[in-house]
Design a protein around this ligand. Structure first.
Ligand SMILES: Cc1cc2nc3c(=O)[nH]c(=O)nc-3n(C[C@H](O)[C@H](O)[C@H](O)COP(=O)(O)OP(=O)(O)OC[C@H]3O[C@@H](n4cnc5c(N)ncnc54)[C@H](O)[C@@H]3O)c2cc1C
Length: 385
């Protein structure tokens, strides 16, 4: 008998400590930074110092020695407190996992301690304007020139390049141009000559911004390549499944925040003599959202656990990400409805979650691509593209 849904004292304590930190900053801080063009460096630094950003990094490199179970819990709690730190999805989760699993001893020594304590941040760049959801078409090419790699290409929607010291860039090896993708992962310093980052104006109210990247003959030392070029696909997915779980945790945090705002409001607002929460027209949709949140949370925990125990997590990570994104989008929408006009005011901070909750249906992998994955892999239906 091993099936156990109890998180246990250690995880509960971690949840409590992260929730305390998140609530000391809160949504007001997060929105203030976003609206003023500020940054969440103070929260990031404090979370790093407390060990929350590096809970998944091995202890020998200054981390907590845990895994995605712990890391996703941290992001969920920060989000529920109003501070969903998007860079957690990329820096410790994707980059931390890929370097831990495939980096050389020297590369781990160079990058992991900083990722663990938050003093170093790494962005992640796979998406390209012309390839979009079809990552097999990426055209950023890496060619070997003596002892160096030379990278050229374009990337789009890359989060937090202004916050990052480095970007983990997915390129394709020059000899695979046009053929089957042989991806390779390179750590590119954010200030590397030939790399230009242009902010993309977005309607998302978040201090973490998106950038278009232009790589023009960016020269890198041989050891900028992480992992083996012949195992690029497996190495890439070692990072992408954690990304999906963290995207799910991000959505769960947003959904929980929206739900707590909606229920607080529905308990106290009365326009017919009783609180509006007593009307089933409002209570039932909120209850349905609560069911969706709990289901998405279970699947997120399962996916994180599968990754941590070294098992295939493809279906679970995709399902968790899908379920959490849907839960977030519906909960935020219903929270706005519950607030009436106040739902669209700045004061209540509910509409501020709208674009943020919609992102989850698109990035890092869209709901349509997830449904195609589930149809093909879980239902064994013919491949659709
Ligand atoms: C806020 C934000 C942050 C991001 N951060 C990062 C980051 O840090 N790093 C990074 O690399 N990328 C990042 N992305 C990019 C993100 O991963 C992509 O936007 C996403 O993968 C979708 O690609 P696309 O935008 O090119 O859409 P497209 O691929 O052009 O898709 C457009 C629409 O067509 C649908 N579609 C496409 N193909 C199919 C199909 N075969 N069947 C059915 N429907 C289909 C899609 O589901 C979508 O609805 C970010 C995006 C956003 C919005």
């Amino acid at each position: 008998m091993t099936l156990d849904f109890d998180e246990g004292d250690e995880l509960r304590a971690l949840r409590g400590a992260v929730a305390d930190l998140g609530s000391r900053y809160g949504q007001a801080y997060f929105l203030e930074q976003a609206r003023s063009g500020g940054r969440t460096d103070a929260l990031w630094a404090e979370a790093g110092k407390a060990g929350f950003l590096g809970v998944n990094v091995p202890e020998e490199y200054g981390g907590g020695g845990g895994g995605l179970v712990e890391l996703s819990l941290v992001l969920e709690e920060l989000g529920a407190a109003g501070c969903p730190l998007l860079m957690m999805v990329v820096s410790p989760a994707i980059c931390g996992t890929v370097i831990t699993r495939f980096g050389t001893a020297e590369q781990k020594e160079r990058w992991l301690p900083g990722l663990a304590d938050g003093s170093r941040t790494m962005a992640f760049a796979i998406t390209e304007p012309d390839a979009g959801s079809n990552s097999h078409r990426i055209g950023t090419v890496a060619r070997r020139d003596g002892d160096e790699w030379v990278l050229s290409g374009r990337k789009a929607w890359i989060s937090g390049v202004d916050l990052a010291d480095d970007v983990l860039v997915v390129g394709r090896l020059a000899d695979s141009t046009g053929g089957t993708l042989r991806p390779a992962l390179f750590v590119v310093p954010a200030d590397a000559p030939g790399l230009e980052a242009r902010p993309i104006p977005m309607e998302i109210i978040s201090p973490e911004r998106q950038f278009a990247l232009f790589l023009d003959e960016v020269r890198l030392p041989a050891d900028a390549l992480v992992g083996h070029p012949d195992q690029g696909i497996a190495q890439l997915f070692a990072g992408l499944n954690p990304e999906r779980v963290m995207a799910a945790a991000y959505s769960l945090g947003v959904a929980r925040l929206a739900m707590s705002k909606a229920t607080a409001y529905a308990r106290q607002r009365a326009v017919w003599g009783t609180p509006i929460g007593s009307h089933q027209g409002l209570a039932h949709p909120l209850a349905a959202c609560q069911v969706e949140i709990e289901l998405a949370r279970l699947m997120t925990q399962k996916a994180a656990w599968l990754i941590d125990s070294g098992q295939d997590a493809g279906s679970a990570a995709n399902s968790a990400k899908y379920a959490a994104a849907e839960a977030a989008a519906r909960t935020v929408d219903q929270a706005i409805q519950t607030h009436g006009g106040n739902g669209l005011s700045q004061e209540y901070g509910v509409a501020a979650l709208l674009a943020m909750s919609r992102v989850s249906r698109i990035a890092p992998v869209s709901r349509e691509m997830i449904l195609s994955f589930v149809a093909q892999h879980d239902l064994r239906l013919p491949r659709s593209y």
